[in-house]
Design a protein around this ligand. Structure first.
Ligand SMILES: Cc1cc2nc3c(=O)[nH]c(=O)nc-3n(C[C@H](O)[C@H](O)[C@H](O)COP(=O)(O)OP(=O)(O)OC[C@H]3O[C@@H](n4cnc5c(N)ncnc54)[C@H](O)[C@@H]3O)c2cc1C
Length: 341
């Protein structure tokens, strides 16, 4: 325990509502800081439940996630159970497969079992003597003024509990946020992307473990971005769904990677910033807009320079026009392909 907020006799009580990944991890952080932590989770204890409701899609764990786990002493344990993913495989309609690495050589994200991570985090939270986990406690109502919360249990009984600080970690349809919406001047917006996803389980495929994990990721479709832990990532599914098969996108990706290799501190691909660094998200986005402008202008200048240079050479040494017509037509249709595909 690092600190005792309020002194040993009057420790502040922190109520963490939601025992998912974020709630369980937050409980560890607050407990480590010496607060009295009460975690409330609507489901029963997933470590004992026979059937666990909720998503089972593996999580891609990035540098940020690893750092958070490191702070509560769990990085090694989780990482040792993960499967490294070095690249995503893009399947074109023609059946062509092209792997695109996530980062530089040697950089990877880790595919980890979501349910297992949740269980491990709950167990870690429970090891702090100043933490209590309350399952089968669904937050129904709470007051921002008094800190009084009303929980309902599956047998219909109600319980009222008070806390000094309430931390809402109750997921995308948060009951905590619902109450905030009643307060004036509380701005809120929600946008659904027009895509869904379907989770497919491939059973009994005799392949190496990476391949199975790979399949799971490759089959995932767009996700509700706000609910994601690695927004970057919009993990390809959102951010890249429309582009991955675009030749222009692939060309830009190669240019970005080359520039990153030549100037690692100046040009950093957005995905790299989000996944392999702890650059703040808004800074990553601002920086990326700047880089994008610079790179696009650079490409435009280079293309214009090449065009002018080529024209100059052509005027100085005019070639036989008949020999040039066919290649010129081919090149033009390729350029049109590049922009429209
Ligand atoms: C398809 C998909 C793929 C994803 N892939 C990744 C990925 O690869 N990497 C990544 O980092 N992130 C990924 N995410 C995002 C990640 O799942 C979320 O960021 C993460 O689960 C958020 O955790 P959470 O604890 O805030 O919410 P949740 O995991 O939703 O947990 C909320 C908890 O609160 C409980 N709860 C809800 N209401 C109440 C209530 N009224 N009272 C008490 N308890 C309540 C719920 O039972 C639940 O246990 C993905 C999301 C989706 C949908």
């Amino acid at each position: 325990m690092e600190e005792s907020p309020g002194g040993p006799s009057q420790k502040k009580v922190v109520a963490v509502v939601g025992g998912g990944l974020v709630g369980a991890l937050n409980a560890c952080f607050f407990a480590k800081r010496g607060f009295d932590v009460e975690l409330f989770e609507t489901r029963e204890d997933i470590r004992q439940a026979k059937i666990v409701r909720g998503r089972s899609i593996n999580l891609a764990l990035s540098h940020r996630g690893r750092q958070a786990l490191k702070h509560v002493g769990m990085e090694e344990k989780i990482v040792s159970q993960g499967i490294p993913m070095h690249a995503r495989m893009i399947h074109s309609l023609s059946g062509k497969q092209s792997p695109i690495p996530y980062g530089k050589k040697g950089q990877y994200i880790l595919s980890v079992d979501r349910a297992n991570l949740n269980k491990e985090l709950l167990t870690a939270a429970e090891t702090y003597p100043n933490t209590k986990l309350n399952f089968d406690h669904k937050l129904q109502d709470w007051s921002a003024e008094t800190g009084l919360m009303t929980f309902v249990r599956s047998d219909g009984s109600k319980e009222e509990i008070e806390a000094d600080l309430i931390v809402g970690c109750d997921g995308a349809f948060s009951a905590i946020r619902k109450q905030f919406l009643r307060l004036s001047r509380f701005n809120y917006s929600q946008t659904y992307i027009p895509h869904g996803y379907m989770e497919l389980t491939i059973c009994g495929v005799r392949r190496s473990p990476d391949y199975i994990a790979w399949c799971k990721c490759a089959l995932m479709g767009g996700t509700p971005a706000h609910a994601r832990g690695v927004p970057s990532a919009g993990q390809e599914m959102n951010a890249m769904r429309a582009h991955v098969n675009s030749k222009w996108f692939l060309f830009r990706k190669h240019v970005d990677n080359l520039l990153h290799f030549l100037m690692p501190k100046t040009i950093i691909p957005l995905y790299t910033m989000v996944t392999f660094t702890r650059t703040r998200y808004h800074e990553a986005v601002e920086r990326w807009h700047w880089q994008d402008r610079v790179i696009n202008r650079g490409l435009l200048f280079s293309a214009t320079g090449a065009l002018l240079g080529g024209s100059y050479l052509l005027i100085k040494n005019p070639p036989d026009i008949n020999k040039l017509l066919v290649p010129a037509e081919k090149m033009w249709s390729r350029l049109v392909d590049l922009r429209t595909s």
